[in-house]
Design a binder for this molecule. Structure first.
Ligand code: ZN
Ligand code: ZN
Length: 137
């Protein structure tokens, strides 16, 4: 099975919902969690579980553990976390932030593989254009 496919599928699914903190949880608590010993341990376990590779492109450098969902924050389930390289991580956040909803995992994978410069102002337009082309066929 293509691991990347399932990760992107989960990512697509979670993109639209579950990206909010649970009631009563705030940014300060999140930052404290990010700096905790527990999170360091949790992170290393996820990295090991995913073979120390970016789940989207397979890169082995500059890996980040990304929250796809915050529903069980501080008691994260494996499926709520993904291992992404710096570039895929930035792209993931860019897509979420701009509420670009993606039509299917395979298209999502193609977009992520385009390795767009997310700092560029043209990127959002490029993605929208790409999605439009896909819809027309
Ligand atoms: Zn990557
Ligand atoms: Zn992230």
């Amino acid at each position: 099975m293509d691991v990347r496919y399932s990760v992107i599928d989960t990512f697509c699914h979670l993109l639209k919902k579950n990206r909010r903190f649970p009631r009563g949880y705030d940014k300060d608590k999140y930052l404290a969690h990010m700096n905790s010993y527990g999170w360091r341990i949790r992170k290393s376990k996820v990295l090991e579980l995913r073979d120390f590779k970016c789940e989207l492109c397979g890169k082995e450098k500059d890996l980040k553990v990304h929250h796809m969902a915050y529903g069980n924050i501080e008691k994260e389930e494996d499926y709520e976390l993904s291992v992404l390289c710096k570039s895929c991580h930035t792209t993931s956040h860019f897509l979420t932030k701009n509420k670009i909803s993606l039509p299917s995992p395979s298209v999502n994978r193609q977009i992520l593989s385009m390795r767009l410069d997310v700092r560029s102002k043209k990127t959002k337009r490029k993605i929208k254009y790409f999605l439009k082309i896909r819809e027309d066929h």
